[in-house]
Ligand binder design. Structure first.
Ligand SMILES: [Zn+2]
Length: 433
């Protein structure tokens, strides 16, 4: 018997946290926090189940942001992840504590810096089965190709096999190679559904996105403009830095100063420190060898004069961020370009700017880079793993419905589950694999 219950957001993206029980052994997979609403998962059902492990798929806040709270409420559970995820998670959690101080006066901190520093992790290498504390349950991590250190999680116990994709990207990008998967078959596949309804990405290849970006930047630099790329520090910054370096080396872009702001540059340095553990497209790529200049996130920092490329957080121009201030400084000049290179949430200043909330002279461009598998790739994951059951997670209801019908059309024998919040799925597996 395998049981599943969403502890965080079931029918939307937000706080990812899942309670799974495989033949009586309970585990919590991910311990996320809604990035904007500070909404915690409900760890009550996990406390009742007394899990032996908390396993982290990767270091994005919607997957690790409530880890100190989970640690407090589930003291028996050990925390498992890759070494790279451990390093990046600490950075993400420290950054959150700094930002959270702004809320503390009214609502109190969700957790303290001390709680972040006192977390202890058990490092797990890719593709090496790791026995959990009960000695009967085994965990194997597979590179998910989504963020340095990211992993899909294979849980095996008494011949039962559950695989959770975490967030995944199946094909190679500029910096990271695509995801690896375990041997088929698995009994239960927990599949992320982010792009499940996004037909616009069908047939869009990484190479096309890269070419569009390089052309846009080149066009702007040629007329003496400055290019702002509002950027997400974890993952997207490393992809964009790599492809800019490649384009400059090949002559597709002129040599101009490239500025990278504090947090993205810090994350890239950490990736350099873990380079041997990150499956990279170009094995010798190092960020500290790229000719970028740091751009500190000081209040009122003015953009440098002359043609240049500016990579600055936040990716959604959050209020008070460096990218928001740079956008205000650059938007009045028609020679400049502001290029969004990823998802921008509705209700954010970045979305409002894209939607035309104010007149700007600068060129605004959106290029739909994504760290999530396209829907055809998600179906391909199901085809390769041949599960008996698929539990659709990490996607809104529209995405999960669309992806469920796509899978059903290709593999009608697979049972699809779209669990509701607070619903416990009980999946009986009569015969072993
Ligand atoms: Zn993610």
């Amino acid at each position: 018997m395998i049981r599943y219950r969403a502890l965080g957001d079931a029918g939307e993206m937000g706080a990812s946290a899942h309670l799974v029980t495989v033949d009586g052994a309970a585990l919590v997979l991910d311990a996320g926090l809604h990035p904007r609403h500070r909404r915690l998962p409900d760890y009550g059902p996990a406390q009742a189940a007394s899990p032996l492990a908390i396993v982290l798929s990767h270091a994005h806040m919607d997957h690790v942001g409530s880890l100190p709270v989970a640690r407090r409420l589930l003291p028996r559970a050990r925390i498992y992840c890759t070494q790279t995820t451990r390093s990046l998670a600490r950075v993400a959690l420290r950054h959150h504590v700094e930002r959270d101080r702004g809320y503390a006066a009214t609502t109190g901190l969700l957790y303290s810096r001390d709680e972040v520093e006192s977390l202890t992790f058990e490092d797990v290498a890719y593709e090496t089965p790791h026995a959990l504390a009960d000695g009967l349950t085994h965990l194997t991590l597979f590179d998910a190709g989504h963020l340095p250190g990211s992993a899909g999680l294979l849980i095996e116990r008494q011949g039962r096999r559950l695989f959770y994709t975490g967030d995944t990207h199946l094909v190679d990008r500029a910096y990271q190679l695509g995801a690896r998967l375990p041997e088929a078959p698995v009994d239960v596949l927990m599949l992320e559904s982010t792009q499940g309804a996004n037909a616009a990405l069908d047939g869009v290849e990484q190479g096309d996105l890269v070419s569009t970006l390089i052309e846009e930047i080149d066009k702007c630099l040629k007329i003496g403009g400055r290019v702002l790329l509002p950027i997400f520090a974890f993952g997207r910054a490393q992809e964009i830095q790599t492809l800019l370096a490649r384009a400059t080396l090949s002559g597709a872009l002129p040599v101009v100063p490239v500025f990278v702001s504090g947090l993205p540059a810090h994350v890239s340095r950490i990736c350099d420190g873990h380079a041997s553990r990150i499956r990279r497209v170009l094995p010798h790529v190092r960020f500290d060898a790229m000719s970028t200049q740091s751009f500190e996130d000081g209040q009122g920092h003015a953009p440098p004069p002359g043609p240049c490329i500016l990579l600055a957080g936040s990716g959604m121009l959050s209020d008070g961020s460096l990218s928001a201030r740079l956008a205000r400084s650059l938007e009045g000049d028609p020679k400049n370009s502001i290029i969004f290179v990823g998802y921008v949430d509705p209700d954010t200043p970045g979305h409002a700017l894209k939607a035309g909330d104010r007149e700007v002279a600068a060129r605004l461009v959106s290029i739909p880079f994504s760290a999530h598998a396209r829907r055809a790739d998600l179906v391909e994951i199901v085809r390769r793993l041949r599960p008996r059951h698929v539990v659709l997670v990490h996607g809104d209801e529209t995405a999960r419905l669309a992806l469920g019908s796509l899978i059903g059309a290709v593999m009608p024998e697979v049972k699809i589950h779209r669990p509701a919040p607070a619903q416990t799925l009980s999946i009986a597996l009569s015969a072993g694999p």
